[in-house]
Ligand binder design. Sequence first.
Ligand code: COA
Length: 123
Amino acid sequence: MPVRHEVFVIEQQVPPELELDEFDAISTHVVAYSKTNEPVGTGRLLPDGHIGRVAVLKPWRGQGIGRQIMQALMQQARQQQLPGVELSAQYHARSFYEDMGFQAEGDIYMEAGIEHIAMRLAF
Ligand code: COA
């Protein structure tokens, strides 16, 4: 939650009431910790295969942490025998997900004032 608050609410100005939702209680959460046990990145997997809230603290970006979080979430989805995963990507981050095999679907849409696009990966 502290990582999500810093990235989404403070950095991206998403309203806090949109950032936290009822799906947190039923999701599998992945947290990346620094060597000094500080949480620096996170992401969640819903039971239906939706990945979301993928975030890495700004000073820790560009070091492969986001990719590791995605790999852990996809591994969880495979263990849960889901047929694939999908997500609502912030449009600027679509190549981050394309690199991991996701394909964009449909048109760009607005969510929390930010451009998004649906993306999917079948196992
Ligand atoms: N746009 C395009 N490509 C990106 C990117 C972005 N915003 N962020 C990372 N990439 C690329 C990197 O260049 C890297 O490619 P490479 O391996 O060929 O160098 C690859 O994706 C993996 O990068 P990685 O270092 O694992 O990512 P990260 O730890 O910096 O985390 C985010 C990526 C998107 C999670 C991070 O930038 C972030 O928290 N952004 C703010 C929140 C956000 O927008 N979340 C996405 C919600 S859909």
